[in-house]
Write a protein that binds this ligand. Sequence first.
Ligand code: ADP
Ligand code: MG
Length: 348
Amino acid sequence: MIEIEHLTKVYGTHEAVSDLSFRVESGQIYGFLGPNGAGKSTTMNIMTGCLSATSGQVCIDGYDIFEEPQKAKKLIGYLPEHPPLYPNETPLEYLRFVGEAKGLRGEELERQIGEVVAQTKIESVQGRRICTLSKGFQQRVGIAQALLGNPSIIVLDEPTVGLDPIQIIEIRALIKELGHRHTVIFSSHILSEVQNICDQILILSKGHLVAFDTPENLERQMLRSNEISLVTEASPDEALHILCQVEGVTDSQLSPREDGLLQIHLSSDCDDLTALCRRLFFAFAGQNRALLELSSKKASLEDVFLELTEQNDALPQAPEDPKAPESSKSPQGPESSQNFEERQGSDQ
Ligand code: ADP
Ligand code: MG
């Protein structure tokens, strides 16, 4: 188990990580999600003992990473953002070097090398120089070195960055597999990746933890932002009368159009939007008022992410209290349809 309390890292005058507190339980896959510059690598470097903190505490299975670094680090295997590979060595030479640095010797060293080579499926390239390997294989070698010493926790910083689509699928599958035997924490700025692989998602924004929950709960949180849009020939009074009899409508905005029709935007916390659309259709039809358009939009995890990071953008210095991991903060405000991928590259 990892316990992080009030972790803060300041570079010069810039607070890269702000009063971060959370707990990682054993046996699950955790995804660190956040745009570039959110503080993912800084947090991972600190929790793996590669970087000092300005203040705060990190305990790995009860060992303080700053006070008992050797004991704490033994429990963690780390693949940093830039894998520390030696390009002129072969994977086998490199793994032997790392294994020895981790204190493995003789038969045990050879046994573990064999095991991690098989686990990461690098047998076919184990005798080739690392600089001649594809980025996907290099990433596997990096993961293999993290696995040496059989640490209970594996930390991977953006393991799929720079890989082609097939390599990405392979590495994701490998992460899932590692999750059967290890606690895995990996970072990504790709929402779908985290959503599909992780049991728990931590969303970082400008060094603040803005959400910590399961993918399902984060999506559920956004249910009330589900939207239905319709156009009817009913008058505003008639429409209001009909709508108040339809179960699942939480809010409505009516805008008469120039062509005499009525545009209505509804929000709903109803999970089954199709059922709600059916109820609306028959409610209007039952009053002999035609619906001329009817469409629905379900809020996605991407909306949650944008809500949370945009909220934090509006309050750059807000002293959020991100301690409670059991439920993330509830997002407010208008839903955004901007594509998350379009926002990449805006390092702060
Ligand atoms: P992420 O991994 O989420 O992209 P980082 O942890 O790398 O974010 O960076 C968080 C913030 O800290 C960024 O604004 C980055 O520019 C800054 N930063 C990271 N490393 C350093 C450093 N060594 N010196 C100064 N600023 C840094
Ligand atoms: Mg990073």
